[in-house]
Write a protein that binds this ligand. Structure first.
Ligand code: ALA
Length: 436
């Protein structure tokens, strides 16, 4: 089943269960400077989770484009993405655990035909803020999930939110898909992250508001916030063991594989770079559609970092960067059905990305030369840390975001002195401010 078919089935299912389908929000949150990008479907709904009346009622559902840069370094493995789509259904003081879990279970097992033996779930083990979530576990048991597929974990795994320091949050029950891979060790379980179990859906029971002082107060209403990752769901239901095999990435991955000049032996490196390029390029295009342009601050800086990172990976995988324009055209065609807005803003996407590429390429070649000289020097000195001054010079003179320098250094087994870089960066900013 294609990703778009899963999305449509999801919306239809929740419409049938009396949810109003609402529009997703921009990737750039309105009236909220605490986060740069919309990180989850619930974020635009925060006021309603806190009690404000939603114009569409107490049951709503949608799909939402999300960007989470926190996972940026994980991209390249089988299932992490910085830019993904989350489908969500919400109870704004309406249904709670029982109905929420039953709907998730029915959707997965009936509408998507997922065999019950493939499903594993986790529940909150309880602490001084909130008791053990036996209620959710019982609902899962009644639905037919066997005891040895139910796990309890602490806040780290089974608590979600708030998005910033304060706001709605609560215990969650997560649904995992068993890929059928071997356990990585005898204790392998849904929290271990080895890739055997893939988290596909999170049902959060948002009944608390986290306050500034770190304490939790009960909200006046009990809410449900869920998130079903579309790309991961598609990977699961298409029986793929990596998300880049699904139809929204595959044509681009194939194109990159055909374009790399790396030889067979280096294909693992190339594969990782291809995944980074496919993820970052999609993120960049969708950010541009939502009005972000490369700059040195806030959202614009993240966009710049993402663009520069995928260009660097094109070079690392020995792909001619001149294919970027045709790659973008092809990618837009692939994504058109899911994101028609890409077609409408195609000219702007091409303009922004090609201009940024041109700018970066000018300095990348020289910057890499400087970097390589510095690495030779460090290695000759038997040093394992690249000094902050060099990192800063690469940033200031060549526009290398420190993350790129760090990544380049890591590939050589060298760490960078980020602390010193940050000190120099701050001093530089203060001087510029004093001058202006
Ligand atoms: N807000 C929850 C999440 O992002 C559903 O996992």
């Amino acid at each position: 089943m294609k990703a778009i078919d899963i999305r449509n089935k999801y919306l239809k299912f929740f419409e049938k269960h009396n949810h109003k389908i609402i529009a997703g929000a921009s990737l750039v949150p309105a009236n909220d400077s605490s986060v740069l990008f919309t990180p989850a479907g619930m974020h635009p709904l925060t006021p309603y989770l806190l009690g404000e009346k939603h114009p569409e009622g107490t049951r709503v559902a949608n799909y939402q484009k999300c960007v989470r840069t926190i996972d940026i370094d994980e991209v390249g493995d089988s299932h992490h993405l910085t830019c993904f789509e989350m489908m969500g259904n919400w109870s704004l003081g309406d249904y709670f655990k029982e109905e929420s879990i039953k709907m998730s279970f029915d959707f997965l097992t009936q509408d998507l035909n997922l065999p019950i033996e493939k499903i594993f779930v986790t529940c909150f083990e309880g602490d001084s803020d909130c008791p053990k979530d036996e209620e959710s576990a019982n609902i899962w048991r009644q639905a037919g999930i066997p005891e040895n597929h139910i796990y309890f974990f602490n806040k780290k795994e089974n608590w979600w939110g708030p998005v910033g320091n304060t706001g709605p949050c609560g215990a969650c029950t997560e649904i995992f898909y068993d890929t059928g891979k071997e356990k990585c060790n005898a204790n392998c379980n849904p929290s271990c992250g080895c890739g055997k179990f893939i988290e596909i859906w999170n049902n959060v029971f948002m009944e608390f508001n986290k306050k500034e002082d770190g304490t939790y107060e009960e909200l006046a209403q009990k809410n449900v916030d869920t998130g079903l990752g579309l790309e991961r769901a598609a990977m699961t239901f298409q029986g793929k063991d990596n998300v880049f095999e699904i139809e929204i990435f595959k044509p681009i991955m194939d194109r990159l594989a055909a374009a790399t000049k790396l030889t067979q032996g280096d294909r693992i490196i190339a594969d990782q770079s291809h995944r980074i390029i496919a993820d970052h390029l999609k993120a960049a295009m969708l950010l541009i559609v939502d009005g972000v342009t490369p700059s040195n601050i806030d959202q614009g800086y993240v966009l710049r970092r993402i663009i520069r990172r995928f260009i660097r990976h094109m070079r690392k995988a020995e792909i001619d960067v001149e294919i970027l324009e045709s790659l973008i055209n092809e990618y837009i065609e692939v994504l058109e059905e899911m994101y028609p807005e890409l077609v409408k803003r195609k000219t702007m996407i091409l303009e922004v990305l090609l201009a940024e590429k041109k700018k970066f390429m000018k300095t990348l070649v020289n910057g890499e030369k400087e970097f390589n000289k510095a690495i030779i020097r460090i290695k000759e000195q038997n040093n394992e840390i690249l000094d902050g001054e060099t990192v800063f010079r690469l940033y200031e003179t060549y526009g290398f975001p420190p993350e790129i320098t760090e990544e380049l250094a890591q590939e050589q087994g060298i760490k960078i002195n980020m602390e010193n870089f940050e000190k120099l960066y701050k001093e530089h900013q203060e001087k510029s401010r004093a001058r202006s």
